[in-house]
Unconditional design. Structure first.
Length: 338
């Protein structure tokens, strides 16, 4: 039995007239009568009592009418859901992110905008480190991921969009002698300092960059205390257990007694945040919409940081290199572009 047969039956049942039902369905009456007879033969039961002047539903017909309406409604719902999924209005978007991503403006702004524009799409947010996020993208377990670059190059099938460039900052106890000056601290001056840091080889993007910066300056950090999470590291620095180096965006974690100072280094003391996705995987409407929102937020942030009118902005990818002149907070954006 085809879906059109259900519609034929419903029309006759509601009109209680083959002539009116045929007119409603835009078909002639004889084929409609034949279709109804075919339905009755397939079911092995009469659905209508009829004569030349009267059509009425049987008890079986009344029961079948309720079920037929449900079938047609469900089919219509299925078609509507498929169309909405094709437009990216429903479904699931799986987003991986590293620990520092939620402290970036683009991350929170893009997710907020996506939820506003696609309320029917369920967001699955999964926290991990850079390497597992990349692997999950390659195996199609995630759709997109916010990561920091690994020391090794990314696989060829992973495409990225630059979200922001973040300064690596020296973080010290507020009473530390190096915190007395507001000037950038040469990274070599940290060579004999005890560090609070994640162990080397932890495969977390910016930590590996920190070790790389120190190595280029001719020393290996003397780790006095290992810690994995940024908030824990900041708390241990505030307790006087050592110094550390962290991306500037993590100053959003308000820890009293901690001073943030710019680093002066021969190598570029910066860390990038990237939006990564599998370029060899077929794009979905949900993923495409989210990537576009991220790109829009990146362009907005670039214009905000450079002070340029939108028509003047040109590929400025370091808009979040903020001036940390105070002990705990950065200068706020005052251009009202967010």
């Amino acid at each position: 039995m085809e879906l059109r047969h259900f519609r034929y039956f419903i029309a006759v049942a509601e009109e209680l007239s083959f002539t009116k039902a045929a007119r409603r369905l835009h078909i002639s009456q004889p084929p409609l009568s034949q279709h109804v007879q075919e339905i009755e033969r397939e079911l092995g039961a009469l659905l209508f009592r009829r004569n030349r002047s009267h059509v009425a539903l049987t008890d079986t017909g009344r029961l079948f009418l309720n079920e037929a309406r449900s079938v047609v409604q469900q089919a219509s719902h299925a078609v509507d859901m498929a169309k909405r999924a094709g437009r990216g209005e429903v479904g699931v978007l799986r987003i991986g992110f590293t620990a520092t991503a939620p402290f970036t403006h683009v991350f929170s702004a893009a997710i907020r905008a996506f939820r506003r524009e696609s309320p029917g799409v369920r967001l699955n947010l999964e926290y991990s480190m850079t390497e597992p996020v990349i692997e999950a993208l390659r195996t199609s377990e995630l759709d997109v991921g916010f990561v920091r670059p690994m020391t090794d190059s990314l696989p060829d099938d992973i495409a990225t969009i630059l979200v922001m460039t973040d300064k690596l900052m020296a973080v010290l106890h507020a009473d530390h002698p190096l915190a007395a000056s507001k000037q950038p601290i040469p990274i070599e001056m940290l060579a004999k300092e005890p560090f609070v840091l994640r162990a080397s080889g932890a495969h977390s993007g910016y930590y590996e960059q920190i070790y790389q910066c120190c190595a280029q300056a001719g020393f290996f950090p003397q780790i006095a205390q290992e810690a994995k999470e940024a908030a824990t590291i900041l708390g241990l620095v505030a307790a006087g257990l050592g110094v550390t180096i962290l991306p500037a965006s993590l100053s959003a974690i308000a820890v009293s007694g901690v001073a943030w100072r710019e680093l002066k280094s021969q190598s570029q003391a910066t860390s990038q945040v990237l939006l990564a996705f599998n370029a060899k995987e077929n794009d979905t409407a949900q993923r495409a919409a989210f990537i576009q929102l991220v790109q829009d937020e990146v362009e907005q942030s670039d214009r905000c940081a450079t002070g340029l009118h939108p028509s003047q902005a040109r590929d400025t990818k370091n808009g979040w290199a903020l001036d940390f002149a105070s002990d705990t907070t950065a200068k706020a954006c005052t251009c009202h572009c967010r």
